[in-house]
Design a protein around this ligand. Sequence first.
Ligand code: ADP
Ligand code: MG
Length: 629
Amino acid sequence: MSKGKINVSVENIFPLIKKFLYSDHEIFLRELISNATDATLKLKHLTSIGEAKVEYGNPRIEIKADKEGKKLHIIDQGLGMTAEEVEKYINQVAFSGAEEFLNKYEDGAKDTGIIGHFGLGFYSAFMVADKVEIITKSFKDAPAAHWSCDGSPNFTLEEGKKEDRGTEIILHIADDSTEFLEDSRITELLNKYNKFMPIPIKFGTKTETLPKPEGAKEEDEAPTQEVDNIINNPNPAWTKQPADLKEEDYKGFYRELYPMQFEEPLFNIHLNVDYPFNLTGILYFPKLTNDLNTQKDRIQLYQNQVFVTDNVEGIVPEFLTMLRGVIDSPDIPLNVSRSYLQADGAVKKISSYITRKVADKLSSLFKNSREDFEAKWNDIKIVIEYGMLSEDKFFEKADKFALYPTVDGSFYTFEELQEKLKGNQTDKDDKLVILYASDKEAQHSYIEAAKTKGYEVLLMDSPIIAHLMQKLEGSKENISFTRVDADHIDNLIKKEENQISKLSDEEKETLKTELEKTIENKSYTIQLEAMDSSASPFIITEPEFMRRMKEMQQSGGGGGMFGMDNMPEMYNLVVNTNHELVGEILNTKTAKKKERLINQSLDLARLSKGLLKGAELTEFIKRSYDMVK
Ligand code: ADP
Ligand code: MG
């Protein structure tokens, strides 16, 4: 037996290990299972190239919890270690790795949001154990070795009793870490970190129901048997070639990833590159709602099938964090801060590769099955619109397939839209005016007025659409978006010809004074317009610019500097001087009747804009009944 001191420069690394990674104690199991997996895969490689003359067989890893003895065992059938190798790899290599990691960690990387904490390795066992043993037998012809260390820098190394090849790690779980002896906690960790690792992992047994033997009676219970409980799927879909997978396999894998999710994904994108970086994965487009925030952080990041984190910020562009699925890449540095990560060359390449693949997939869906793409548009538009806003490269591509639905359910690309509208919706300054509504029901009367003129009205109801319109107006030539209630119909798209006014200037002056007197406290800007006599007499409008700025601010960014948080809504009251009713208002002699006509008309205009509510609505209804009588 040999005794020794682990080569220490930090006098006592073990308390440090415990203290520093306080919140991440649970990763010890991932580290030890990773080592067991590495050892098994190394053996596989050595046998395949003929360097190890042993039977590889069907190795697996086993986790055993001994609650009474307060021990946790991690057992593999990998290549094992000789005593010399333990000395080298555990006492020197692993230790210096752990030490280096801690130094880095101390240097403030801790506060900047490390992902994963890979790298501590074997010594992370001391986060939960006050004594650790290694019993290992190499595939080489050498006696087994037994290493033991109680958490001080002192270790013992002696010959061990182990017949079969492989390594068993025994953790003597510390009193403050007994949670890691509970089946439920272990299962939770295995599911979180090891669900897709490449070597089968056994944890206990489970009862399987067998088919009833022939001739069994109805009331006979089906026979059962105890089988190994294998907690992982060693060959998850993303490690396979796209050509080997069917639609059903992709859907099946989605259910494996999100067992609690009952809705099926809309489509998927298989990522698969090995140069200039290595990346595999499958991304899914789920049905998305208008709520941007609750849908994030569902993409899981793996390294060689080991789960690292479900926060992929900095690796996947922001707009794609609403997608789901898996990314697996050994090329993402994990012991660095987020800000460093975003500046990392490899990560930048990965991010733009993912963006490009997503754009290409959408583009091919659009080209190959437009009808299907249209049907899915409402469920995916939020990602595409967000992407167009935030990534210029994506904008360029998406501009060709982004759709603009009309209130009647037709879908146009921007180019098609321009083509379709240019005849009727170009104003006198040669500007193409794109009309839209944000709510089909609430803006119904305005939509109808536009349709009477033969105008197309888009339905633009995403939470960030105001930002996108702003961007489109800035990047396309001579176009503008105008909501149908932004002005009265003749002003929405200004043409050359003007309606001739039925009222003289003098009459207009009188009318205006009377209107202002009656509705003085309702703060509308009154605007007299000579319109078609069939257009509504009173119309309330809400100018595009101010409304949009306000909306942009509410949905974040954009108008922030305008300080419009508390800006009141601004409305205009457009009065159609060519309408018969307006003529009547002007000509009515009794003041009472005049006032009633004005108030009733104003209330109707407010009703149609959805502004008449509460006591005023009640009053209006009462007044209307009286008039019906
Ligand atoms: P890393 O895995 O990054 O190399 P670790 O600290 O996890 O660092 O492990 C250090 C070394 O100890 C490994 O590189 C390996 O040589 C050896 N080792 C650890 N666990 C095992 C095991 N179960 N079987 C064989 N060798 C192992
Ligand atoms: Mg390791």
